[in-house]
Design a protein around this ligand. Structure first.
Ligand SMILES: Cc1cc2nc3c(=O)[nH]c(=O)nc-3n(C[C@H](O)[C@H](O)[C@H](O)COP(=O)(O)O)c2cc1C
Length: 179
């Protein structure tokens, strides 16, 4: 059964909102693709989803290669797949590193010690292993980064035994595409 585009997009937004607070939701850990001089993709945790303007947020270590890539070229793509709904969503947009606002500080304060440790490695993510050394929290907090993507284009593909449906939503316009 083919779905209509508005219902599909509404479903996508509902599932994204749910994914933020449901650890087992398949969309909680999408793939984030960066370009820059070296295209790359990696799994991140979707920390926040906001509508109108549509924004997706992840946390990272400010020293990580993905942030270098975003500084070189802020265009990113997020890729989500929901195996039960058989729904793939690709979101393209521009990523920005959030400045050290009280909101960013509040995210840091809300992290458990286990999660804070992810930003406390003595050397940068991706550098050669030289033993597990940890920074003090004050230093580690300086590496905690919140990155927001402003979504510009949604590409949704729902698989169905009879007829796959694909829609692109861009600049307020919805277009049906050949899957
Ligand atoms: C389930 C899972 C969740 C992850 N979540 C994050 C995340 O939220 N932020 C992050 O920077 N890295 C996260 N990672 C690690 C990244 O996938 C990646 O290995 C690391 O950040 C280095 O990426 P980079 O070299 O592209 O910067 C996660 C990995 C897995 C397997």
């Amino acid at each position: 059964m083919s779905v209509d585009s508005a219902s599909l997009l509404t479903l996508v937004w509902q599932e994204l909102a749910a994914a933020v607070s449901l650890p087992e939701h398949p969309w909680r850990i999408p793939v984030l693709v960066t370009g820059g001089s070296q295209p790359d993709g990696r799994v991140v945790v979707l920390r926040r989803f906001q509508r109108a303007p549509d924004r997706l947020t992840f946390f990272t270590d400010a020293r990580s290669p993905k942030l270098r890539a975003i500084r070189e070229d802020p265009r990113v793509a997020w890729v989500f797949y929901h195996p039960v709904l058989r729904l793939q969503v690709r979101v393209r947009g521009q990523a920005t590193l959030q400045p050290g606002t009280p909101a960013v500080r509040a995210h840091w304060e809300a992290l458990s010690e286990i999660h804070r440790r992810e930003y406390a490695a003595a050397t940068a993510p991706g550098s050669p292993w030289s033993g597990a050394g940890f920074l003090e929290w004050a230093e580690a907090s300086a590496h905690f980064a919140v990155v927001e993507t402003e979504a510009e284009e949604w590409d949704c593909l729902q698989l169905d035994r009879n007829e796959h449906s694909r829609f692109r939503f861009h600049g307020g316009l919805m277009e049906r595409l050949v899957p």
